[in-house]
Design a binder for this molecule. Sequence first.
Ligand code: IMP
Ligand code: MG
Length: 183
Amino acid sequence: MHCMDDDVAEVLISAEQIRTRTRELGQQISRDYQDQDLLLVCVLKGATAFLADLMREITVPHAIDFMAISSYGTSTESSGVVRILKDLDTNIAGRNVLIVEDIIDTGRTLSYITQMLKTRGPKSLRICSLLSKPSRREIEIRVDYVGFEIPNKFVIGYGLDFGEIYRSLPYIGVLRQEKYEKE
Ligand code: IMP
Ligand code: MG
């Protein structure tokens, strides 16, 4: 039987490492937003696993909301041309918004999202990304909370997909090259 792990060349970040780092981030966020309003905005679908674990490590009261965007491009490269598929339910005017993302690569997607959300007048707007590929950055963008900086490799698991598959892997793995070279 073919299983998802067979398509992983290397485990980059183990489930245990993710758990430990997520706990640290949750504690840091809880300190920074103590006695303040907080709204976590999860970018679907890649950040769902991270949001689910992160919010349970945040001890201050907070609300969550979701937005879905489609970013045009190939399956391993985003173009930065972003379309909103599902907007927030919440009016973020005057709120402390923390965007929860899976990965920041070129920075195009988050740059677009932050610019758009800024026009709605939040009290503050910060970014928490589980992963960052600094060597790939094209647009300078401040990421306030970063889980792990990773090399320029295409990764899957813990929410991240290739062709909508592999999101359920409990760790972050590097996809076998032959899998995406076939594309
Ligand atoms: P950016 O606009 O180039 O920063 O790309 C961000 C988006 O591209 C992320 O939200 C992911 O959906 C996707 N992405 C970038 N790198 C990877 C990767 O290594 N694995 C899976 N998705 C990725
Ligand atoms: Mg994505």
